[in-house]
Ligand binder design. Structure first.
Ligand code: ATP
Ligand code: MG
Length: 783
């Protein structure tokens, strides 16, 4: 080995074999943290050392962050001049580049624009309007998902129309015009000189398929093609790779079937399982040593993933420290869980002295972030939401908050502009601009103009006037509630109902739409809790003004500390490929993780199990899994059960906090139950939740969910009924008694004051600390 090849010494034997192999197509398949990404990185360096020109090496990654990190690492090893010439990036960014060079061949200008999700949505809506289709049947999000799926499966509009087998019979009957919409959508994009994200893959395929000379040119040009995270490629990406490497066979892909977690985006695990069919000379390499995590973490993850039936058998072991066991923590409620998590971060930080950057909190769904953000803020722990927005920055949340702002202050022009046509009610830009112009010109607010249209010369036509008046009447109802001192919760609930913000999403089962629905319900829950807490502590009726003040304080803060260090909050999906010293996986409960939507098939359950495998294997040194015994979700608080996946992990690798479900032998999950659950569609089907909202009464309530309807929320409703609180007599209550509060968990009463008319108790709660509660509102049982 020459001095030049020193970098090869930084690899183990298996990794080195994979790096230096140069005799044909190659698949590196290995478990998490075994150095797959490292092999790709070093292989590129190796190729550069062996005379490959950087501009003839193509490396594709799943995220921009991954590409950036890989480039930086290579740069350290070969210098910036060489590294900067590599073709390295995400599939989309690289193919956009190829398409610009060859745009004329597929009938586009090289200056084509790229439509983002908002552009796509707006175009689909225009088409639906043009075709006079009912957007309740043809929900834009459903149409967009259908178009996207078709493109990722390389199905053209003509094929889609001709071969209606592409659609299920049910879909065909329900939405027969989908093919025509798809065709119109592509035509309009073409006229606008625009491509959406899926087009970047779709047209790259068309370009290579229909232009043999171009295909040959790139086959020769790219002397080596390397792909990270191959398990998550979709069909379109797979076919592009196949076309590019057909001749050269100079292909190296790395992946882990156990980490395939994007099937809802069309990712297909068979791309990796069947790669040898496209490349018969494919040689498979395995890596077995994990360098990232402690032995305990790896062993725990191995026992979990071993429960999946469909997988390529592989070994993963760690020679790092044995490390501590994965800690399993049960909380009483999701509220307490968030506090426990913030406490854990503090404790672990003090013990390890790790900077906050080395902590990640991973959750299954975005709406779980609100409570976590709140408890981290309360503890002054800096955090950052990765790959997404913090709760109050999310569009659907901001829209509802804007209505609240208007209800409190109708002259708030920014809020007015934000929601005058949200959800869409046919008020176009021209109308809005006229209102803005008139308001500016006359020195009044837009609300002022809108409520007295006959007094101003706005130039609006009668149709527009009618629509604006409709909007004004809607907002006036909310303003009226505020004037009548309605509680914050009631106004918020009325906003969600009357604007139909939630109802308009309800029939969409796309992941984006579900996430929005969850966020809206989570916002209502946040308000309900805010109101409830005040009520229990001071019997104060909380107004929307109080709540809004709290929101603006929480969303304006820059939450990273002076070193820019912050705990990372993100979904498990976004955590792929990343690593942290400390990882806390929250909400590991049935119907949440695994998600209720995945419970009815073995395939769904196995994907969720892989997702937890990904989550756990992000941790280098410490991993904590939490679950709550009750959780507010989908508009109701319901008891929850710990995830079957916790029972899948060998007990020897877990430390189970005393008092948790698993520490009691009678309630340990029976492995046979797990098996039946994952196999038996029927049982799971029983529990499967397609979304059900108490605010939208189009489905009967399910009997096995605790029916806590928002309207009977004990502290949220204006009537202030105390359904499950206020039942205790002060004479029964003594200092030293142990109680269990519905949200704060277990605590001991440290003081009782019987001052009429509002006796209070002070309780030292085990987790959330001391709280003073008004007896007549407090919701607890005596233990
Ligand atoms: P994932 O499946 O999560 O994407 P991976 O297989 O791509 O993981 P890497 O991220 O490449 O794994 O490597 C995991 C960690 O182990 C990284 O910090 C990497 O630098 C380190 N590592 C890998 N191989 C070695 C080695 N031979 N010597 C020292 N450190 C290594
Ligand atoms: Mg990797």
């Amino acid at each position: 080995m020459t001095k030049e090849d020193d970098y090869l010494l930084q690899l183990n034997d298996q990794q080195r074999d994979a790096v230096v192999y140069n005799d044909g197509p190659q698949l590196v398949i290995a478990g998490a943290g075994s150095g797959k990404t490292r092999v790709l990185t070093y292989k590129i360096v190796h190729l550069l050392h062996h005379g490959y020109e950087p501009w003839r090496i193509l490396a594709l990654t799943f995220t921009n962050k991954a590409a950036k990190e890989m480039r930086e690492r290579i740069q350290q090893m070969v210098g910036p001049a060489v590294a900067s010439q590599l073709w390295m990036g995400t599939f989309h960014s690289i193919f956009a580049r190829l398409l610009r060079f060859n745009a004329d061949l597929i009938g586009f200008k090289s200056s084509f624009t790229i439509y983002d999700a908002a552009d796509t949505k707006s175009l689909v809506k225009t088409i639906l309007r043009d075709m006079e289709l009912d957007d309740k049947v043809y929900k834009p999000a459903t149409v967009i998902a259908a178009i996207s799926n078709a493109k990722n499966a390389l199905i053209s509009p003509d094929m889609y129309i001709a071969d209606s087998a592409q659609m299920s019979a049910d879909e065909r009957a329900k939405r027969p015009a989908l093919g025509a919409i798809y065709r119109a959508y592509c035509a309009r994009c073409r006229h606008a000189g625009a491509m959406d994200f899926d087009d970047l893959l779709y047209y790259t395929n068309v370009l290579l398929r229909d232009n043999p000379d171009i295909r040959r040119k790139y086959q020769e040009y790219f002397r080596y093609v390397l792909v990270d995270e191959y398990q998550d490629t979709n069909f379109a990406q797979h076919v592009i790779i196949r076309q590019l490497c057909e001749e050269s066979k100079a292909l190296c892909v790395v992946g882990d079937d156990a980490q395939s977690i994007y099937s809802f985006r069309g990712a297909n695990i068979s791309n990796i399982l069947n790669l040898h069919k496209s490349f018969p000379a494919l040689r498979t390499f395995k890596l077995e040593q994990n360098y990232r995590s402690t032995q305990n973490i790896i062993n725990a993850a191995n026992t979990l993933i071993a429960k999946n039936k469909e997988q390529i058998p592989k070994q993963v072991f760690s020679r790092n420290d044995v490390g501590s066991r994965i800690e399993v923590v049960q909380a009483y409620s999701d509220y307490e869980e968030a506090i426990l998590v913030a406490n854990k971060v503090s404790q672990m930080q003090m013990r390890s002295h790790d900077p906050y950057n080395e902590f990640a909190i991973l959750y299954r769904t975005n709406s779980q972030s609100r409570r976590l953000e709140e408890s981290l803020r309360n503890r002054n722990i800096p955090y950052r939401i990765y790959g997404g927005l913090s709760f109050y920055q999310r569009k659907e949340v901001k829209d509802i908050v804007a209505y609240m702002r208007l209800a409190v202050n109708p002259d708030d022009d920014e809020a007015f502009k934000r929601v005058i046509n949200t959800p869409a009610r046919g008020i176009g830009d021209t109308t809005v601009n006229r209102l803005i112009h008139t308001a500016m010109h006359c020195g009044v607010s837009m609300w002022n103009v809108a409520t007295s249209l006959d007094c101003y010369d706005t130039g609006l036509k009668s149709a527009a006037i009618k629509k604006v008046t409709g909007f004004v009447e809607l907002v006036q109802k909310f303003v009226g509630m505020i004037t009548a001192n309605a509680s914050a919760y009631d106004v918020a609930r009325s906003i969600v109902e009357d604007t139909r913000m939630l109802a308009s999403l309800i029939h969409d089962n796309t992941p984006e739409s579900i996430s929005k629905q969850e966020n809206i319900l989570e916002l209502l829950q946040g308000i309900s809790e805010f109101v409830g807490e005040r009520m229990e502590q001071s019997a104060q009726e909380t107004t929307l003004v109080d709540f809004l003040a709290n929101v603006s304080l929480s969303s304006d803060q820059d939450m990273s500390d002076s070193n820019g260090e912050a705990v990372t909050l993100m979904t498990v999906h976004a955590a792929k490929g990343l690593e942290f010293n400390n990882v806390i996986v929250v909400g590991v409960e049935e119907e949440l993780f695994p998600s209720a939507m995945s419970c009815d098939t073995l395939r769904g359950i196995e994907e969720e199990r892989r997702l937890l495998y990904v989550a756990i294997t992000r941790a280098r040194r410490h991993c904590v899994i939490t679950y709550a015994a009750s959780r507010y979700r989908n508009g109701q608080t319901a008891p929850t059960r710990p995830s079957r996946f916790i029972g899948d992990i060998d007990r020897g690798y877990l430390y189970i906090s005393p008092g948790s479900e698993f520490s009691r032998s009678d309630s340990v999950i029976n492995p046979l139950d797990n098996y039946r659950d994952s196999m038996g569609g029927r049982m799971a089907d029983d529990r499967r939740r397609s979304f059900r909202h108490p605010l939208v009464d189009d489905e009967p309530a399910r009997s096995n969910i605790h029916p806590v309807n928002l309207s009977s929320n004990p502290v949220g409703s204006s009537g202030g009924t105390q359904a499950d609180g206020g039942t205790h007599d002060v004479a029964d209550i003594k200092v030293g008694m142990r109680i269990e509060h519905s949200r704060f968990g277990v605590g001991t009463i440290s003081a009782v004051t019987s001052n009429a008319p509002s006796p209070t108790i002070t309780v030292a709660f085990n987790v959330v600390g001391e709280k003073k509660l008004l007896l007549k509102f407090a919701r607890f049982t005596i233990l």
